[in-house]
Design a protein around this ligand. Sequence first.
Ligand SMILES: *Cc1c(COP(=O)(O)O)cnc(C)c1O
Length: 389
Amino acid sequence: MTVTSPRRAWKIRFRDLRITDPVHKSELLAAVDRVLSHGQLLMGEEVESFEREFAGYCGAPYCVGVASGTDALYLALRAYDIGPGDEVITTPLSWIATLNAIQICGARGVFVDIADDLNMRADLVEAAITPATKAVMPVHYTGRLCRMDAIGAAAQRHGIRVIEDAAQAFGAKRGGKLAGAFGHAGAFSLNPMKVLPACGEAGAVLTGDAKIRDKLVALRYLGTVNREVCHWPSLNAKIDTLQAAMLLVNLKYAEANVRRRIQIGRFYSNELAPFVRCPEVVDSPTDRDVFFDYTIRAERRDELKAFLEEAGIEIKIKHPILMPDQPAYQRLPRQELPLARRVVGEILSLPIHEKLTDAEVECVAASVKRFYRGRKRAVASLGHRRNAK
Ligand SMILES: *Cc1c(COP(=O)(O)O)cnc(C)c1O
């Protein structure tokens, strides 16, 4: 069973991956041109610069560039020797890459229920720890940071690792500390959907441990040291030099993208709070969430989805199936996850990306309001609201 919308010409797209700004585009093309001209198409200077800048931005000592976010998760687990017989505690509500990484390295995913913020409940982590538990993998879902203080404290009491799935949370922070820098390792996806996008597949792992960094460098290239001697069976999961070169360009645009997403998120939350359950907006110099997705919880969710699609607005349910309920994982022991199982029937993600115009954002909000109010007109202005604040 697939849950896809019929293809149509959307008036408002959920994402828009085109590079439309001419200056930005010419910078990307110049970066590609440089790599093609010097001819070092694997590893090299661009990869090293990207790793240095990415680690610097996130405030972590080391970054290892890899081929995807899934590779980042998988290799981070491998770097900490997590494998067969081990358990990794995580959330049931994430993109399936999270659980696949745990299971493919040979460990078993154990789930704790979520809270109203759609993230794993930090207060349930400790009770889920067994002698087999080697790590907890919090996912900063939709770009909202998990309760890393409580998760870190529980992990420390039991001597287990914290490996963050920060794929959706580039730029999110608490107490001035950035997503991916809280745990023993932080894994990022940099695919074109994400807040810091490459122009294709890419990922990165952050860590503060130089030994783990060295091991990740080996693991991303077949487990080899000095490119010849294989110490651990692994895959080829190096970051592409062309992607690293383009990421260096896109890093410069990331902060503006985050700001625009927060602005849109704040408008949606102001407008829609009387009608649906909206995410809280956290935005100060030291604490913020980044709105990778803007996910509401809605009554009559499926009707609202059909109504918005009819109005030409592309929306997504992310994700309609909890990870442990996927066909691939029917053999995992079934766990009670009451809130997560209820919430998957209520969640709906509205369009949010930096290319949306104010008029488009206003149209999305007005359409949601129109659905709940019936036929009454419901229009507000983003500019007006901004001035009023
Ligand atoms: C995107 C994503 C991944 C996987 O990243 P890829 O680069 O697509 O492999 C993992 N976890 C979460 C939460 C994601 O959103």
